[in-house]
Design a protein around this ligand. Structure first.
Ligand SMILES: [Zn+2]
Length: 234
């Protein structure tokens, strides 16, 4: 198995002219030289904001691989009022006080509007992603402090912003599904109003990939074909 197994499409960065190797599945492409991100729409390039996050976990001799995640600033609103207590929330949410308060006040106020930030993987994932820490979910309930780093070589994003919005809604629904049955039918509106890609550094450890911001883990096979991707990222 080698790089030739990935079908590559030759692209040039619209900002700096550097060659970019992209996989056929990629929806968003990243330039490792100037750091730009863009989507090809018809014969035009649509720019996407990108932040390359500096690792907060620094370990000697670790190689970091950058994987793209969507960060979406969202206003969640709810017309009806439901009385939801902290005890109604799942344990993994209660552990995070700020997010639990956001959820309970969203349900307990009439015509509530709350701002939150969704983190959704833009890299291709398999069903195995759900079996471990799910950094996207963890970052959503407890948004990390992100520090800007210089541009990095990053694998292209397989999920577009439209995909990411759907994934964010499903993620919210999965939080709600743990709570009481009577609020499962609640009509929730999502206003997604600011998007950017965050390049999250990951390192390999014992057959897993660990994020370099908070240390959440995913199986390597939570990514579609990590071994081939790895060669592509390096
Ligand atoms: Zn460039």
């Amino acid at each position: 198995m080698d790089l030739n197994d990935i079908k590559l499409i030759p692209l040039r960065c619209p900002e700096c002219g550097e060659a970019i190797d992209s996989k056929e599945e990629d929806r968003i492409h990243f330039c490792s030289v100037c750091g730009s991100g863009f989507q090809v729409v018809g014969d035009k390039f649509k720019k996407v904001d990108v932040l390359y996050a500096k690792p907060q976990i620094t370990l000697e001799n670790k190689i970091f691989y950058y994987l793209p995640m969507w960060e979406i600033l969202t206003t969640v609103s709810l017309k009806m009022k439901y009385s939801v207590n902290l005890e109604d929330l799942p344990e993994e949410i209660i552990r995070n006080r700020k997010f639990s308060e956001l959820l309970t006040s969203l349900f307990n106020e009439k015509e509530a509007k709350k701002k939150m930030i969704f983190f959704v993987p833009a890299f291709g994932v398999t069903n195995r992603y759900h079996l471990m820490d799910q950094p996207g979910f963890q970052f959503t309930v407890n948004p990390p402090k992100l520090e800007k780093d210089s541009p990095k070589n990053m694998v292209g994003a397989e999920y577009s912003i439209e995909d990411a919005e759907e994934i964010a809604k499903v993620m919210f629904l999965s939080i709600r599904a743990h709570t009481r049955a009577d609020i499962l039918d609640a009509n929730i509106d999502f206003d997604f109003h600011r998007y950017r890609i965050v390049g999250i550094p990951f390192f390999e450890e014992k057959g897993m990939l660990v994020d370099g911001i908070k240390g959440y883990r995913i199986f390597k096979d939570a990514l579609r074909d990590w071994d081939r991707l790895k060669k592509h990222v390096l």
